[in-house]
Design a protein around this ligand. Structure first.
Ligand SMILES: [Zn+2]
Ligand SMILES: [Zn+2]
Length: 280
């Protein structure tokens, strides 16, 4: 089985990908035999409330902190990014290199999104990274910090509610990124209560299926296979694979075993190896 495209990759044009390197990532894609790579750089319009202990970003993270202590990731430098993609396309003609963005909560910023999308990106991944800040109404708190304000189950439920709101909106994105994002920050030693999460997850997947968008199988965690099965049962048509690499070494991580598992859950590659997977 040939490997799927990696449709969720960051380079140094993303505010948190200080180890990113587009050329190095493309070289690794060729070495791994990936048919395509989408550089879906972060685009954030929403500042996040400071976490309880204050910000502790690793050195190299780019952004601003306002007078209320809220952090906003640095904007995408679109021209420089597009120029770097063009340079890499020249260097690696056999590799399909897509432009893209990972759009955070785009449904709350329709005008900003419309302005940005005039650039014409090949792929837009829609993602949620923050929940309502219960201590500061109207503000948002990154999911990892939201566990300080809610039970672990309530973090997931609030997250899925945000996802459904975004998916039900008409903001442009083709792929829902990491529907399981809260599980990345799940408290150690606590079992994930799948029976309790099944119905809200299935509900979210059916809203996504109705929107005609694809589900991303993010391989950084990686996505639990039962969610992929529920996606198939919800009538989901397409699956994207994304490593969420923030450095060349993470590109295509776990792709071979995850692709095999996704195939067993009811999906298969399209005739075009660079395309999203469809239903078997
Ligand atoms: Zn993300
Ligand atoms: Zn990402």
């Amino acid at each position: 089985m040939s490997l799927p495209a990696d449709d969720h990759v960051h380079s140094r044009f993303s505010w948190d990908a200080f180890a990113g390197d587009m050329e190095g990532t493309c070289r690794r894609a060729v070495d791994l035999g990936l048919p395509a790579v989408s550089f879906t750089e972060h685009v954030d319009f929403e500042a996040w409330s400071a976490p309880p202990g204050g910000w502790r970003w690793p050195e190299g993270v780019r952004g601003t902190i306002d007078g209320h202590g809220r952090f906003l990731g640095a904007p995408l430098e679109v021209e420089a990014y597009v120029a770097e993609v063009a340079r890499c396309r020249d260097l690696f003609p056999a590799l399909t290199i897509r432009t893209g963005i990972e759009l955070d909560a785009g449904h709350r910023y329709p005008q900003e999104v419309a302005d940005l999308l005039r650039t014409g990106f090949d792929r837009v991944v829609g993602s949620v990274h923050a929940l309502a800040d219960l201590a500061d109404p109207g503000q948002f708190l990154e999911v990892s910090s939201a566990f300080a304000q809610r039970t672990a189950v309530d973090v997931v439920l609030a997250y899925l509610e945000q996802v459904r709101e975004m998916v039900a909106s008409d903001v442009r994105f083709e792929v829902l990124g990491h529907v399981d994002y809260p599980l990345r920050h799940w408290p150690a030693g606590l079992e994930v209560p799948w029976p309790e999460l099944e119905e809200p997850l299935r509900h979210t997947l059916s809203v996504l299926a109705a929107s005609g968008r694809a589900l991303e199988v993010n391989t950084s965690l990686p996505l639990d296979l039962r969610i992929v099965r529920w996606w198939c049962e919800a009538g989901g048509d397409a699956v994207a694979f994304g490593s969420d690499a923030h450095s060349p070494g993470e590109l295509g991580q776990r792709f071979r075993e995850v692709a095999r598992a996704v195939e067993s859950a009811g999906f298969r590659p399209a005739d075009d190896p660079t395309a999203l997977w469809g239903r078997a």
